[in-house]
Design a protein around this ligand. Structure first.
Ligand code: MG
Length: 316
């Protein structure tokens, strides 16, 4: 429905919106920029998600944020008023651990990231290095001769969001990756975080730095890579054609939807706006066309009156 037209739902008739609401039975939503921003729920988002659930739709939260485990994300979602269970949370940290486990990985992981990753690795019994600061000591010569120690049994480098990213970490990661059998895994490639006045580097910025000096491409687990939703689709838990992907960032969320054959909804409460979509529509690059969502809303909460109308069967 409305395939890659970026139709503004607020410009449709109530009956058309109702028909659209009936065109999907699973909803996969991004979190930051759609449901909440910086620990605060976006107005109306919880009511919309909870009411979609009341309509009988399956609800999933899908995040590229690698700093939190599924149980921490669950706690945050519940605190902010969302009716969600741990099964309904799809996270890159969890999917990364699952990816290694599925491949019977039995060496040690060098982690550039946070507890979100190490706790999920612990949960599946995979050994890993410690996280936290690894700072430069002395000058380069001193660091190389005295302080740089490589561990012998590293079989994978996992890169996620790391607020302690440093020259020593970069050196170690690239050195481990000079062994072609060492896996290079990125939880996600989001370049930056949505924030009103600052630019905060995201995992993608760290991944790019490692990628440049290691001269290797990573396996990317997170959106827009379909790997993150693979089990839902493969096990036929969701029917792609009747699944709606909601997001605020086109090159992760909308593109994931495109890659998985889901319907897509872009909301204007985060990274990308209608003006961005206009540019992609005009672009000659076929890759840009994949970023155009099916439908658009200024904010998810705008859907509430239509859902309530649908639930009560009244006229809007
Ligand atoms: Mg987002």
């Amino acid at each position: 429905m409305y395939k890659q037209t970026c139709t503004n739902l607020l410009e449709l008739s109530p009956d058309e919106v109702k028909a659209w609401l009936n065109s999907f039975d699973s909803v996969i939503s991004d979190c930051d920029g759609v449901l909440w921003v910086y620990g605060k729920a976006i107005a109306g988002a919880a009511d919309v998600m909870n009411n979609l659930k009341s309509m009988g739709k399956r609800i999933y939260f899908c995040t590229n944020n690698s700093t939190k485990t599924r149980s921490e994300l669950l706690e945050k979602g519940v605190d902010l008023g969302f009716h969600i269970t741990e099964d309904g949370i799809i996270s890159t940290a969890h999917a990364t651990a699952a990816y290694l486990k599925q491949r019977n990985f039995n060496k040690k992981v060098y982690v550039i990231g946070s507890e979100g990753i190490t706790k999920e690795l612990d949960a599946v019994g995979i050994a890993h290095t410690a996280i936290g600061p690894d700072v430069m000591r002395g000058n380069l010569g001193e660091f190389m001769s005295k302080h740089l120690v490589l561990e012998p049994d590293i079989g994978a480098v996992v890169v996620g969001f790391d607020e302690h990213f440093s020259f020593p970490k970069m050196t170690k990661a690239a050195s481990y990756l000079s062994d072609p059998t060492c896996l290079f895994i990125a939880t996600n490639t989001d370049e930056r975080f949505p924030m009103p006045t600052l630019v905060v580097p995201g995992s993608g910025s760290f991944v790019n730095a490692i990628q440049t000096c290691a001269e290797r491409e990573p396996i990317v687990i997170g959106k827009p890579n379909p790997a993150i939703c693979e089990s839902l689709v493969k096990e036929k838990i969701v029917n792609p054609a009747r699944t709606l992907m909601i997001g605020d960032r086109a090159n992760t969320d909308v593109l994931l939807g495109y890659n998985c054959g889901f319907q897509t909804l872009l909301v204007g409460t985060g990274i990308h706006q209608l003006s961005d979509v206009q540019q992609w529509k005009l672009s000659k690059n076929p890759e840009d066309k994949k970023l155009i969502p099916d439908v658009y809303l200024p904010k998810l909460g705008d859907l509430l009156p239509f859902i309530i109308d649908s639930l009560t069967g009244g006229s809007y």
